[in-house]
Design a protein around this ligand. Structure first.
Ligand code: C2E
Ligand code: CA
Ligand code: CA
Length: 651
């Protein structure tokens, strides 16, 4: 093929440029070729008219009639082709055929003109060669973008007729031949230049388009993993939803890596990046080309599955993806263990708008993160009900008068050995005029997902400090902070200000934080902890053991206390493994010089066992349920009066 294109004046250019040039030449030629044949036909008719009766019938009527008929057929063919979009090989065939046709018509025309010449008088001969010269020049002009064919046409027509005229002995004809040669030479030169400029222009266009496509591709690719990026994901989702047939389902998945942040913090960003790249590769391999996988940012990936036969198939594919991350990620001197949780939403079952589906998949992911970590979860009617409920709670929360509607109850933390009250933990309660009593497990996560958590924390902290001011000065206030509070330096500064200007000494305040904050952004969490501790307050790590923080990770933080989650206490009775875990956690916490609180102690047996493991503080229904402010004050004074016997009883 390059050789043929060489012949068309594009051989030295890259192949895509050659093809683009060929298409452009074809487009230009499609427009001009009917005109070219029309001129030829009109000239043939004009000459036939002049020579009618003077030349034999075969030359003055038959030959021009055939020539005109041939032109008419070619015009019809090219007009018919105008609306077609031929493929590359058809184009190539057409251009070669067109060159052949040009050659054939040129030869026929020349032969006819020379044959006719002898039958005319001087004026008729003048008209004949004049018409011939003008036709040739116009045809060459029409072939400007097609230089080799123009050259072929000039080579067939001009030298033969010029030599013929030179030999005719007529001076005007010799002069005309010389003029025709000169004009043709000039025109051929211009044609070559125009053709080169035309090819240059096409090459520039192709290059621009290539750059555009490259830009476009880069704008749609995640540079780290090489997967499609967030923008591409939403485009693909829009396209999939738009193209969905009525009987078809599309599944949208959001994938989140569990425990990725600690990997980043402990092993560094280089290893973190390698884990992400490896995850991208594992996910792509797991879907085996049957689904679209993209990286949406951070440790979040997206999935679009079209044409799944059933829900079971879709979940099986998602399971396969989760399965891929169960295998640890081993690098030179690091082994990272993570898992993948997936939230799925089906179209049309959970909605038909892409944004709606994304929101549902996100809710399923959020729900799975809490209840179904490391597994896929498909959004269902129960989730829809919860989501609507959460939206309702959020609206009421936005409208709530926090000072009036929020209340606190207080649950004591005891010294496990003496039974003395060490602290009271403030636990939020919401009396909503619309919704009634709402537990913190319901409204705190909703407040955390919106910005309401900041004013909520401040309102609760003020109330808690006021309540604590009524207690003896050796009793602490344990106050729960949200991960969101710690992630905002402005919120931390406001909390510090409230504590510093509060009614009790800051050293009596113990902040409880969960490891969610630590795994979201370790450095920020550490800065927040340092700022809060600068007031003199102490710091506890709450719900320990439920997430991803290991003690060696936690010892890098200036913590004072670790609260082992109540779920361990519950499991301890039936399970020797749970007992061993609790024992180990307590031993490690004590080794690191942390106070160790066990939450959720409900029986004396539990307490006895925990004490034998070395636990030095305990909290739970065995000691007291959460109490109102007045009850808490009464509880303290009643306990203080009974202190010796109570501590004996509890021990
Ligand atoms: P948490 O900080 O782990 O609080 C302890 C929860 O365990 C409390 O539930 C408490 O009533 C319950 N509990 C205490 N002893 C026992 C026991 O022996 N057995 C059982 N089964 N449960 C026990 P509550 O008050 O519903 O609080 C739930 C969660 O809401 C808290 O868990 C905390 O994470 C959050 N929360 C509560 N108040 C606040 C607050 O003011 N701010 C923030 N950010 N979160 C809060
Ligand atoms: Ca707590
Ligand atoms: Ca807790």
């Amino acid at each position: 093929m390059p050789r043929i294109l060489d012949w068309f004046g594009a051989g030295s250019r890259p192949q895509d440029v050659q093809l683009a040039l060929m298409r452009a030449q074809h487009a230009a030629f499609s427009r001009q070729v009917p005109l070219l044949y029309l001129i030829l036909a009109v000239d043939a008719i004009a000459c036939a008219y002049t020579f009618a009766g003077k030349a034999p019938w075969s030359l003055s009527a038959l030959a021009p009639a055939l020539l005109v008929a041939g032109c008419a057929v070619r015009i019809a063919i090219w007009l018919h082709r105008r609306r077609q979009a031929p493929d590359d090989s058809t184009l190539r065939r057409r251009l070669i055929a067109m060159t052949g046709m040009t050659f054939l018509f040129a030869v026929l025309f020349v032969v006819w003109v020379i044959a006719l010449y002898d039958y005319g008088d001087a004026a008729m001969r003048g008209q004949l060669v004049g018409a011939f010269g003008v036709t040739t020049i116009i045809c060459i002009y029409c072939l400007m973008q097609f230089p080799q064919t123009a050259l072929l046409l000039a080579a067939v027509c001009v030298p033969t007729v010029s030599v013929f005229l030179m030999r005719s002995g007529s001076e005007p004809m010799m002069a005309f031949a010389a003029a025709l040669c000169a004009v043709t030479f000039g025109l051929v030169y211009m044609t070559m230049r125009t053709a080169r400029d035309f090819a240059d222009m096409i090459e520039a266009q192709v290059e621009t388009q290539r750059l555009n496509e490259q830009n476009d591709r880069l704008a749609h690719i995640d540079s780290l993993t090489g997967l499609p990026n967030r923008r591409r994901f939403f485009e693909a989702l829009d396209a999939a939803v738009a193209a969905r047939r009525d009987d078809e389902r599309i599944y949208v998945g959001l994938l989140d890596l569990d425990g990725f942040k600690p990997v980043n913090d402990v092993f560094g960003h280089v290893v973190g990046d390698r884990v992400l790249v490896e995850c991208g590769a594992r996910f792509s391999a797991a879907v085996r080309g049957k689904a679209f996988v993209a990286r949406l940012g951070g440790d979040e990936f997206g999935l679009i599955l079209e044409g799944a036969r059933s829900e079971t198939d879709a979940i099986a594919l998602a399971e396969r993806i989760c399965e891929t991350t169960r295998e640890p990620f081993a690098f030179d001197d690091a082994i990272a263990t993570i898992s993948t949780t997936i939230g799925l939403a089906a179209c049309p079952d959970s909605g038909e708008a892409p944004a709606h589906l994304y929101e549902r998949a996100d809710f399923a992911l959020y729900f799975a993160k809490q209840h179904n970590r490391g597994r896929p979860l498909l959004f269902n009617a129960e989730h829809e009900r919860r989501m609507k409920g959460a939206a309702h709670v959020e609206q009421s929360l936005r409208r709530a008068d926090l000072d009036a509607e929020m209340d606190l109850v207080f649950q004591p933390l005891h010294d496990a050995e003496t039974g003395e009250i060490v602290s009271f933990e403030a636990l939020a309660r919401w009396n909503s005029p619309d919704l009634g009593q709402i537990a913190p497990d319901r409204f705190v996560p909703i407040a955390e997902r919106s910005d309401i958590i900041y004013p909520l924390t401040r309102a609760l902290l003020r109330k808690a400090l006021t309540a604590a001011s009524a207690w003896p000065s050796d009793i602490q206030l344990s106050f729960n902070l949200s991960a969101r509070d710690l992630m905002s330096p402005a919120a931390v500064a406001q909390i510090v200000a409230i504590v510093e200007s509060g009614p009790i000494a800051a050293k009596r305040v113990d902040f409880e934080i969960t490891e969610t904050a630590l795994v979201t952004d370790f450095d920020r969490a550490r800065a927040a902890i340092v700022a809060l501790k600068s007031t003199g307050a102490s710091m506890s790590l709450d719900d320990f053991g439920t997430g991803y923080s290991s003690l060696n990770y936690v010892h890098r933080l200036p913590l004072d206390r670790i609260k082992i989650d109540r779920s361990f206490v519950r499991e301890m009775e039936g399970s020797a493994v749970a007992r061993d875990i609790v024992k180990t956690m307590i031993a490690m916490a004590r080794n690191l010089q942390f106070d160790c609180v066990i939450e959720g102690v409900e029986t004396r047996e539990q307490l006895a066992l925990l004490k034998s493991f070395g636990c030095n503080m305990a909290q739970g229904y065995l000691f007291s349920r959460p109490l109102s402010r007045d009850e808490a004050a009464a509880f303290i004074y009643a306990r203080r009066a009974l202190a010796p016997s109570t501590s004996r009883r509890l021990a």
